[in-house]
Ligand binder design. Structure first.
Ligand code: PHE
Length: 443
């Protein structure tokens, strides 16, 4: 139970509420959503099982887990690199994650002060642009969130995390359902649903297809050791398959409900679905400004979004912390200060990407406008996480013996085990490689 809560806390975060809607919006909706859902089911779930399995068997930080399991299987010690890539990915992700979480924190104050009152599409968009284009303010909130994360990580992940997830996640979900109710009443619910679920593949660029794969990894916290670390705390008797499916189901549900709440509001207020990372911050305040009790609900919503981001951020840097503690004998406090401090400094690039240094570039057939932020996001989400996941699948499927993995999954050669093994050995690795080739224009 604690493992499920912690892993859900890691999975459900900004990825579901902030990233999924705007990426779906930028990539024309339905086709993106379909590819993303397929990636979750066919690639994400089997690799998540593999990553938890490795963590539980190794019971150490990802880097040490990989060297140990490689030694056990008689494979090259270079597999420890998988752990290293994860540590680096986590560090890069943390740098921009805490900037966006800082936006959510700032919006708590906006909500309390009643700033959303009477918001229209235009005034909400102006308020958002006004906020992010002030690097002093966004850097301040980025700092606050970084300190919040460092404090929890310094104390060690356990009881606090569990309580936060047990109470706050369901509340966030209730609020999303409430927003869904509002969205149904806008008169544009059908347009929202149509946009999200009616696939039009012409609208999906090569980068859109790759982003759908990358996002499946990002939203499940996969491919960088976060879930591996949590797996290392998982009790022997718990079922990896059941917990994985539970986590993936809840994570997907949150994203879809967020999407179904947001797009009707977008259409009802003449906003652009493809307007980028500001989508949630522009659309939802309009709803809070209009609904009865909006001051309370709006405040609560951004508080809970911050919490969701917090429980994710903790897991994003935990692989790096675990390494420093295990291999360098550092105290948790010092390790948290060093890692979060460095990520904070790098995060200033993301602050500036929205605060005046944004530049444009083209990537796999799509125009990107947010400079360094886009580079960090694409490098981690679209490449490093899927590559990490590919390596995890290959390790669990080919390097480890079938007997060892069957042991960990508590199953002998039943149909389910064989299905997992086929997915993790062939389908998931081939899938990731095909996505990469497609993004290069080879396919
Ligand atoms: N899954 C988290 C989210 O959706 C982000 C995350 C990525 C967490 C990678 C851990 C590792 O917000």
């Amino acid at each position: 139970m604690i493992f499920v809560l912690a892993a859900t806390g890691s999975a459900v975060g900004l990825g579901n509420v902030w990233k999924f809607p705007y990426m779906a919006g930028e990539n024309g909706g339905g086709a993106f959503v379909l590819v993303y859902l397929a990636c979750i089911a066919v690639i994400g779930v089997p690799i998540m099982m593999a990553e938890i399995l490795l963590g539980r068997r190794g019971r150490r930080s990802p880097i040490n887990t990989m060297s140990e399991l490689a030694a056990e299987a008689g494979a090259s010690p270079r597999w420890a690199w998988l752990g290293w890539i994860g540590v680096i990915s986590g560090f890069l992700i943390m740098s921009f994650y805490s900037v966006i979480a800082g936006w959510a924190l700032a919006y708590v104050l906006e909500a309390v002060s009643g700033a959303f009152d009477g918001f229209t599409g235009e005034s909400s968009a102006n308020a958002f642009v006004g906020h992010i284009s002030n690097p002093g303010i966004t850097a301040f909130w980025h700092t606050v969130f970084s300190i919040m994360t460092a404090v929890v990580v310094a104390k060690g992940v356990k009881s606090g995390l569990e309580k936060a997830v047990r109470v706050l996640m369901p509340t966030l979900f209730v609020l999303l359902v409430l927003l869904l109710g509002y969205a149904i009443n806008t008169g544009y619910f059908a347009d929202g649903v149509e946009f999200l679920f009616n696939p039009d593949f012409d609208k999906l660029s090569r980068e859109g297809v790759l982003s759908a794969l990358g996002h499946a990894f990002f939203t499940l916290s996969l491919g960088m050791g976060a879930i591996m670390v949590y797996g290392s705390y998982m009790p022997e008797k718990a079922s990896i398959a059941t917990t994985t499916i539970t986590i993936a189901f809840m994570d997907t549900l949150v994203a879809l409900v967020a999407g179904m709440a947001i797009f009707p509001i977008v259409f009802a207020n003449g906003l652009e679905p493809g307007s980028g990372p500001g989508l949630v911050f522009i659309s939802l305040p309009i709803a809070f400004g209009q609904m009865p009790g909006g001051l309370l609900f709006g405040t609560l919503f951004f508080v809970l979004l911050t919490f969701a981001a917090w429980t994710s951020a903790i897991s994003i840097i935990e692989p790096a912390i675990a390494f420093l503690v295990e291999n360098r004998g550092m105290g948790r406090k010092k390790a948290a200060t060093v890692i979060v401090g460095l990520a904070w400094a790098l995060g200033l690039l993301t602050v500036m990407s929205f605060g005046g240094w944004g530049f444009e570039f083209e990537f796999a057939g799509a125009k990107k406008t947010d400079g360094f932020f886009d580079i960090l996001d694409i490098a981690t989400t679209n490449f490093m996480l899927p590559l990490g996941g590919l390596a995890i699948a290959l390790f669990a499927g080919w390097v480890m013996s079938g007997k060892d993995t069957a042991d960990e999954l508590h199953t002998t050669q039943t149909g389910w085990y064989s299905l997992w093994r086929v997915l993790v050995r062939f389908i998931a690795p081939a899938g990731v490689i095909l996505f990469f080739l497609h993004s290069l224009g080879v396919l």
